[in-house]
Design a protein. Structure first.
Length: 195
């Protein structure tokens, strides 16, 4: 039994010695594989980091570009607004100047027209006064003509009345004379008849 045990142990030792190079090779193989895996993982990590760095860099550049474009757009809008403000200011000043010139021209024209206006006003007043005097004269003339007509009519009426009275008196006298004559002839006839 001891011999068997010794033989078994010897066989295991020999087997172990035989297996040692294989174990070492397997160990080295495992280490190499681990190293390869580590390097692969390191490479992948670095690649991922590089990709992340490039992505971040690209995003930074894009953000800077977008920011620069935004600044450029803002600057262009500011310049455009400034140009429009200047244009509006220029137009406003031009309109103000034109309005001022127009007002000045109107003032000068009014000043020039003032003597003419006064002359026309005086002319109008003179014409009105002349017309008033003419109308007053015509009214007085018409009143005088009316008065003379009324006076002539009154005189004519008085004259006609006097003539009417004279005619009536003459007819009365004539009638009286004829009555007396007839009375005288009647008495004479009666006297002759009585004789």
């Amino acid at each position: 039994a001891e011999e068997e045990a010794r033989k078994k142990a010897e066989a295991e030792r020999i087997a172990a010695e035989k297996a040692e190079p294989e174990r070492k090779r397997a160990e080295e193989e495992r280490k190499r594989a681990e190293e390869a895996e580590r390097k692969k993982a390191e490479k992948a990590r670095k690649k991922a980091e590089e990709a992340e760095r490039k992505k971040a860099e690209a995003e930074r550049i894009a953000a800077e570009k977008a920011e620069a474009e935004e600044r450029k757009r803002e600057e262009e809008e500011r310049k455009k607004a400034e140009a429009e403000r200047k244009k509006a200011d220029k137009e406003r000043k031009k309109a103000e100047e034109e309005a001022r010139k127009k007002a000045e021209a109107e003032r000068i024209a009014a000043e020039k027209a003032e003597p003419e206006r006064k002359r026309a006003e005086e002319e109008r007043k003179r014409a009105e006064e002349a017309e008033r005097k003419k109308a007053e004269k015509a009214r007085k003339k018409a009143e005088e003509a009316e008065r003379k007509k009324a006076e002539a009519e009154r005189i004519a009426a008085e004259k006609a009345e006097a003539e009417e009275r004279k005619r009536e008196e003459e007819e009365r006298k004539k009638a009286e004379a004829e009555r007396k004559k007839a009375d005288k002839e009647r008495k004479k006839a009666e006297e002759e008849a009585r004789k």
